[in-house]
Design a protein around this ligand. Structure first.
Ligand code: EPZ
Length: 431
């Protein structure tokens, strides 16, 4: 299994190109099941989750081709993938695939909307919490589907097609909103989604569906209306830049000091995180080309944050911000409101010498002047990268195990950081 070795103490200086967003790419790829025409996605990140989803979708009948790299092209520029689900050959998504990537559960919506049936394995819990799918199933029932659970599988049926309805989410759910949007796009009549997620990735999915011929109003607000259409067409769409990758490197720059330009990043997609960084003492300057983040000389100030649905502070940046706060000049409190168990990084950050204690859904971090390199192990994607951020300033060598978590969601992480001066290397099996 690969490991990443980091020798801390280097400031980051340079340009980091921001990749296409993993959490936009996944629902966009799944939406290709809604049409028998070709959906072309540009700027798709080269990530393990994207490759796995390609495999899952091809089981359902999606043919795909990936454009070759052009001569002289930047190795970090995203790929272009053409996906065509001319015929759905299998409406079952099996346990061994869905259990490896929760988002693949969302295929339930296009399969049901297009074929009138879907049999999709329940995803089960994961390292960040129990993560039920009750609200996704409620949304499908509101559109007329019958839902049964059979031997660990959700069996969803709507033999006469889905029909529009009112969906009122008691809690903001990104996956629930994606599922509702995809299902409603092909339902008979109008659907209204109340308390919809406003995350930029929902807007990106709505943009693709609109290009495919869907009739959607209000995406990006908490009430979305969809007039169902009989069929959808192919379309071409560019995946939006990854706001979580952006925030992660912004925090790495604030942690190490130095000056980094996050090329292609869109500040409006992570304003709450940028505000928190400024309060912590970093400088942030946005332009149409990207975001510049720097911190020179001054120390890191403690800042309290609480995670919330968009436009609040994202749960997917909580671990990274905690890493930054371990070096703050004082105590800060980070409260996790989205997932009940998303503090698995706390014990690992402690291995660097961080002082953190948990109080219910909050972590209290007493900043320390020095972190020391250590062997650490990651438990999920965002937790792993918080360890990278800590290791970048920790004195001496750190070795990060279970790098496959990072490969799921951070494209070319070592290359992007080492180009900015970090001492970071991947040690491959046998290497
Ligand atoms: C998406 O997960 C993201 N995943 C997550 O990113 C992200 O942390 C999360 O949204 C919140 O922003 C992808 O986009 C692939 P939710 P999702 O439904 O859709 C509860 C990462 O690191 N809930 O918005 O699964 C749920 O337990 C990942 O990239 C129910 O109770 O999250 C949670 O407490 C991790 N019942 C809250 O809602 C349901 O049926 C929000 O979850 C569904 C959700």
């Amino acid at each position: 299994m690969d490991r990443i070795r980091i020798v801390g103490g280097k400031t980051l200086n340079g340009i980091i190109p921001i990749s296409g967003a993993k959490n936009a790419a996944l629902p966009l790829m799944i939406a290709s099941l809604l049409t028998d025409r070709t959906v072309t996605l540009e700027n798709l990140p080269r990530l393990a989750d994207v490759s796995l989803l390609v495999r899952i979708l091809s089981n359902h009948g999606v043919d795909y081709s990936i454009d070759g790299r052009r001569q002289g092209e930047d190795p970090d520029s995203g790929q272009t993938v053409h996906m065509t689900a001319r015929e759905i050959v299998d409406t079952t998504a099996p346990y061994d695939l869905v259990s490896r990537m929760r988002a693949s559960f969302w295929v339930v919506a296009p399969l049901l909307a297009r074929c009138g049936e879907a049999r999709v394995s329940l995803p089960g819990g994961c390292a960040i919490g129990t993560r039920p799918v009750d609200l996704l199933l409620m949304a499908l029932e509101r559109l007329g589907a019958s839902i049964e659970i059979d031997a660990g599988y959700v069996v969803a049926k709507a033999p006469k097609g889905l029909r529009g309805g009112e969906i009122d989410f008691p809690k903001v759910t990104v996956g629930g909103t994606h599922v509702a949007l995809m299902a409603a796009a092909l339902a008979h009549g109008t659907t209204v989604i109340h308390n919809a997620a406003r995350e930029p990735e929902v807007g990106d999915l709505a943009d693709l569906l609109t290009k495919m011929g869907a009739k959607i109003r209000g995406a990006g607000t908490s009430t979305i209306e969809i007039d169902g259409v009989a069929r959808l067409n192919g379309a071409k769409h560019r995946v939006l830049p990854d706001r979580i990758e952006t925030g992660t490197y912004a925090m790495a720059a604030a942690m190490t000091g130095g000056d980094v330009f996050l090329q292609g990043a869109q500040p409006e997609h992570l304003q709450a995180a940028l505000d928190a960084l400024e309060l912590a003492g970093a400088h942030v300057e946005s332009s149409p080309e990207g975001i510049r983040v720097w911190r020179n000389g001054n120390g890191i100030r403690p800042v309290d944050v609480e995670t919330a649905p968009f436009p609040g502070f994202p749960t997917d940046l909580q671990a990274q911000f905690m890493a930054l706060m371990t070096r703050a000049e004082g105590a800060s409190r980070i409260t996790e409101k989205i997932f009940e168990n998303r503090f698995m990084h706390v014990q690992e950050l402690a291995r660097f010498g961080a002082h953190i204690r948990l109080e219910g859904d909050s972590a209290i971090i007493d900043g320390v002047p020095l972190l020391k390199g250590a062997p650490v192990m990651a438990t999920d994607l965002r937790a792993s990268v918080s360890l990278v951020i800590a290791a970048l300033v920790a004195e001496g060598e750190s070795m990060i195990q279970r790098v496959y978590h990072l490969d799921r969601g951070f494209e070319a992480l070592e290359r992007k950081l080492s180009r900015c001066g970090a001492d970071i290397t991947r040690i491959s099996v046998g290497g």
